[in-house]
Design a protein around this ligand. Structure first.
Ligand SMILES: [Zn+2]
Length: 578
């Protein structure tokens, strides 16, 4: 088992608090932490914090040798509220017919191998959680409700509907003031993410002719929840409802009826009490005054339970996906992120930020810088020079109490892999040749040694980098440009070409391309910036721009040493006019 991280980071501090609270409430019992996800459509990357926050805390508790359950409530008995945009195999008109039914009663998109809508979107999330090393107990609320697991709780809530109504009424009269938890207005992705977490926005109980009622039957004819309770008898539990969608009406006995659910604001605290949840964070949408978390804190007492420790987590944004999402109609899922980054990097993004800090997950060029930062940390941890907080975040990223996540055996720099994938465009033998030349003293035996990181970098290049930023190596030398070069420029190319063979490695070429302008100005190739006049910088920039133009026909491109290796010595010579 992995060692507990001895330092104090936010995860450790929550673990202390949660263990202490669990001992107070349920001595000797496993600690229970919870997340809730609504499979109402693709589960967005923004919702991953709902899982990662309790996961990291649960994992720390497990590292300390304690038993812990991380429940993920699949809120699949929620009503189908709208047809999400841009889902393949879904005809908007046809699926609109199902609005109002439980998510598990809506057909899966065409071509899906899953039995229904909820299962289809749940499956993708389950797969991502497995790759991320998240251990959890999944609970289908459809299974719970339709098998009568909550029968006592439902009858109890209905017996105490007056008390619940009184609590809810405090918030109905005084509307939440306009104070926003986040500084700026939510962007589209954040709103999408907010909608996905729990059944926010659902009404808090019908007030039909039977008065306030915290429970809604799904219609026995059309399966929709557009029902109104018209009569209820506390002694017999006989309930009569009418469906406003199809006109169906029936009388059932709630002590044997399993086709309905408590309204969200009652359902959530009921489950806190039922499962004994000690820790369940929630998004800002659940934490404002009058929100379900706050109201739930009062309603949970009716069920004899207590509100969990529930920090509010800030939204996680996405950078670089905006253009693509608007054309596709959706925002990325955890599966989309895992196509372009290793699970370690994604875990690290969550582990290193406190839940109340927002951050962005990069789908744009920023991912290369993030990977550089991650590799630097990895090296510091290896030589024991990292700071304790960083060591903790690193440990939480690379593994769990169950062990280390699978690693890329030779984690070559992501930006190098991306450049190589960019230039070789799917030619694996070429990619292997170039990657082997990076460090000729320790060449890569096979591309697999650089996987899965290589595959992620390749997927990033192919799916996230716009066509006009891709690198296309020239087929033919730019004869006109070559002819127009002055003596200075020609001399710089000569120096580079003469050094190519003896500098053919990533380090060697780095020295060479920076050294050429220095040598030309009469300095040593390894002269340090202090020994050089400022003009050298300008000379270097001019030289680099010339090389980019001759090799790829643009002002910029991947780092030159990588680009040179990628193009190959023979072709470099041709393109530089030798
Ligand atoms: Zn109906």
């Amino acid at each position: 088992m992995a060692q507990s991280t001895e330092t104090t980071d936010w995860v450790s501090r929550f673990a202390d608090e949660v263990i202490e609270e669990s001992e107070r409430r349920a001595p000797g019992k496993p600690v229970v932490v919870a997340s809730g996800l609504s499979p109402s459509g693709p589960i967005h990357l923004g919702n991953l914090r709902e899982v990662m926050t309790p996961h990291l805390v649960a994992d720390e508790i497990r590292r300390r040798g304690r038993q812990v359950r991380h429940l993920i409530s699949w809120d699949d008995y929620d009503r189908y509220r709208k047809v999400p945009e841009g889902v393949a195999g879904v005809d908007k008109k046809a699926w609109e017919e199902h609005i109002g039914k439980p998510l598990t009663s809506v057909p899966a998109p065409k071509g899906s191998s899953h039995p229904n809508w909820a299962e289809h979107f749940k499956a993708a999330m389950v797969e991502s959680l497995a790759e991320l090393g998240v251990e959890f107990d999944g609970i289908s609320q459809t299974a719970q409700y339709t098998s009568g697991v909550y029968r006592e709780q439902i009858l109890h809530a209905i017996r105490h509907r007056g008390d619940i109504d009184a609590i809810l009424d405090q918030y109905r009269t005084k509307k939440a003031p306009g104070k926003k938890p986040s500084q700026k207005p939510l962007d589209e992705a954040e709103l999408e993410a907010a909608e996905g977490s729990g059944a926010a926005g659902e009404d808090d109980g019908s007030s039909g002719s039977a008065g306030y009622f915290p429970y809604k039957p799904y219609c026995g004819n059309c399966e929709k929840d557009l029902t109104t309770v018209t009569a209820y008898d506390d002694d017999s539990t006989e309930l009569t409802y009418a469906c406003t969608a199809c006109g169906f009406s029936e009388t059932v006995r709630l002590n044997e009826f399993n086709r309905g659910k408590l309204v969200w604001k009652v359902d959530w605290p009921m489950r806190w009490a039922y499962e004994g949840v000690i820790f369940e964070p929630s998004g800002v949408d659940h934490s404002s005054p009058g929100s379900s978390f706050q109201v739930g804190g009062q309603i949970v007492g009716i069920f004899g339970g207590k509100q969990p420790i529930g920090p509010m987590y800030a939204f996680v944004g996405i950078s670089g996906m905006a253009k693509m999402s608007s054309s596709k109609g959706g925002v990325p899922t955890p599966g989309d992120a895992l196509k372009i980054m290793e699970p370690q990097l994604l875990r690290w993004l969550y582990a290193r930020r406190r839940p109340n800090q927002s951050f962005k997950i990069a789908f744009d060029q920023e991912i290369q810088r993030l990977y550089d930062e991650w590799d630097k940390l990895d090296a510091k941890v290896a030589d024991r020079s990292a700071l304790p907080g960083d060591v903790a975040a690193h440990a939480r990223a690379v593994g769990t109490a169950g062990g280390e996540l699978p690693r890329t055996p030779r984690p070559l720099p992501y930006r190098t892999l991306a450049s190589v994938a960019d230039i070789t465009a799917g030619h694996e033998d070429q990619a292997l040749r170039i990657l082997s030349e990076l460090d000729p003293s320790n060449p890569l035996g096979s591309l697999d040694e650089a996987r899965p990181r290589y595959d992620k970098a390749e997927a990033w290049i192919n799916t996230q980098v716009p066509a006009d930023q891709r690198t296309i190596v020239r087929d033919e030398p730019d004869a006109e440009l070559l002819k127009s070069l002055d003596e200075q420029a020609q001399g710089s190319l000569r120096l580079l070409l003469d050094g190519l063979a003896s500098h053919w490695s990533l380090d060697g070429l780095t020295h060479l391309v920076y050294g050429v302008p220095k040598v030309q100005a009469g300095f040593a190739a390894d002269a340090t910036p202090k020994e050089l006049p400022a003009e050298i910088k300008t000379a270097q920039r001019t030289f680099f721009a010339l090389l980019y133009h001759l090799l790829v026909g643009r002002d910029t491109g991947p780092r030159l040493p990588t680009l040179l290796l990628a193009v190959g010595q023979e072709r470099v010579r041709v393109l530089l006019g030798e």
